[in-house]
Design a protein around this ligand. Structure first.
Ligand code: GLU
Length: 463
């Protein structure tokens, strides 16, 4: 039987790291097994579900490169199916209408808790035959009264719960809406899902779902519950630990490859390897190698992975990703132009933002010195700039290593260190004190543009 996995987010918020990781594990397993990955939007909660969250979730998955083979299915469009399944359970005597009012239930709950017992429905309506379906009611599932419900969790082994601890679960509310634990079973079964991988916050739901599988005559899938993601302080991940929504990382200049790598390493591993390409993850991923120990989200590690992935990404691809950022500042920038600058930036950029900023020198029309560059563009540094102009004018070619040699000679002649010459020249060339290598920039800008900039700056220094 071929593998079918799914990601089933509720569109009640942005896609966070935890959700993205759940999606990734399911996606990786489907791709590894050459199976199918389904996307299902669980929007039964009308109050809290919003279109903008659905859009944001889809956008995040696309950015991370998790393509789905089926869907998105929307639970809000599948009510007829759920209704038919509720009716089936009622007809077969596996579910019943419960007419107990909220006040009655509250009173019973309080009494039970006062007596030191676990608050559960006392099953008053379970065997009554006189109910009128026209009257307000919920539908409850008849959970077995004795025995145990068990399932195998791929990582935990057999998980058992005594049935007497399980309630007669409400599957349809008074207003006719159906609840998560019921529809998730109907959908997973009807969609042929073979493996459910999700957070261990769902561990308590699984026995309830296993009972529903039985009642509905379906075979349950294999379950895997992964541990929650914690911050470096071992507390549950929250806003305190930095951005939570996946797209905030795109905004901050992270590569999707770095993000996917980081997500995969939170709960999965392969020896002591840290850097994985998407292809490697697909070929190496296995559910057995997921770990039960809590996963830690470490921003420093993500930053490091981003550097590794920037180095490994083809220049062309980097240019495509950084171009939109460059265009914000330099509307005339082109992908071809940017492509020429990438080799100068690739080894020194930690994010795409840094890369786009680093490309400024290439696209500026005029030198606009920032405060620290302005401090260097003073008459005392004129000999260095004039010497630089002399070198360029006499150079027949603009190879950076040749320029390097010439500038060393210039520094010697001026009785200065190389840095004391290179920094003013950098400032004169770019208006900044931080940039790619001076001679690499000169080589890229070419003779004419280099001279135009140096002379322009020298002019202002004199004036
Ligand atoms: N909609 C549920 C959630 O977002 C799905 C849980 C599951 O995977 O079964 O938590």
């Amino acid at each position: 039987m071929s593998v079918v996995t799914r990601f089933a987010p509720s569109p009640t918020g942005n896609l966070h790291l935890g959700g993205a990781r759940t999606a990734l594990f399911n996606w990786l397993y489907a791709r590894n097994q050459k199976g199918k990955f389904i996307l299902r939007i669980e929007d039964t909660d009308k109050e809290r579900s919003e279109q903008r969250f659905t859009d944001e979730i889809l956008e995040s998955l696309k950015w991370l490169g998790m393509d789905w083979d089926e869907g998105p299915h929307f639970q809000s469009q599948r009510t007829a199916l759920y209704e038919a399944k509720v009716e089936q359970l009622l007809r077969e005597g596996k579910a019943y209408r419960c007419y107990c009012t909220k006040e009655e239930l509250d009173a019973k709950r309080e009494a039970m808790m006062a007596a030191g017992k676990k608050a559960m429905y006392d099953r008053t309506c379970r065997e009554r035959a006189d109910g009128d379906p026209a009257k307000p009611h919920v539908v409850r599932y008849k959970t077995p009264l004795t025995g145990v419900t068990s399932f195998v969790d791929t990582l935990r082994g057999v998980v058992e719960v005594p049935n007497e601890e399980l309630d007669d679960l409400i599957i349809r509310r008074t207003d006719g809406s159906v609840i998560y634990n019921f529809v998730v079973v109907v959908d997973d079964a009807e969609m042929g899902v073979t493996n459910v991988v999700r957070g261990d916050d769902h561990l308590a739901n699984t026995p309830k779902q296993v009972n529903l599988y039985k009642g509905l005559g379906y075979a349950p899938p294999k379950f895997t519950h992964v541990s929650m993601i914690l911050g470096p302080d071992k507390k549950r991940l929250s806003k305190r630990h930095g951005a939570e929504a996946v797209l905030e990382y795109r905004q901050a200049g992270f590569l999707p490859e770095a993000m996917v790598n980081m997500l995969a390493r939170m709960g999965w591993g392969h020896g002591d390897q840290e850097v994985f390409s998407r292809e490697e993850l697909v070929s190496l991923f296995s559910i057995e190698n997921l770990t039960l120990s809590p996963a830690v989200f470490d921003k420093e590690k993500l930053a490091w992975l981003n550097v590794q992935h920037i180095k490994r990404t083809p220049d062309q691809k980097l240019a495509e990703m950084a171009l939109p950022l460059v265009l914000k500042k330099h509307p005339h920038a082109t992908a071809d132009g940017l492509l020429k600058v990438i080799p100068l930036l690739k080894e020194r950029s930690r994010t795409l933002i840094e890369m786009a900023d680093g490309a400024d020198f290439y696209f500026i029309a005029e030198i606009a010195p920032d405060a620290s560059a302005a401090k260097l563009l003073v008459p005392g540094n004129l000999p260095a700039i004039e010497g630089a102009v002399g070198i360029i004018e006499q150079s027949s070619e603009m190879a950076h290593d040749t320029l390097n040699t010439r500038f060393k000679e210039l520094a010697q002649k001026l009785g200065k260190g190389m840095k004391d010459v290179a920094q003013p020249v950098r400032a004169a060339l770019t208006g900044r004190t931080v940039s790619p290598g001076v001679f690499e920039m000169m080589e890229l800008l070419g003779r004419d543009e280099t001279l135009r900039r140096l002379k322009g700056s020298a002019e202002k220094m004199r004036g």
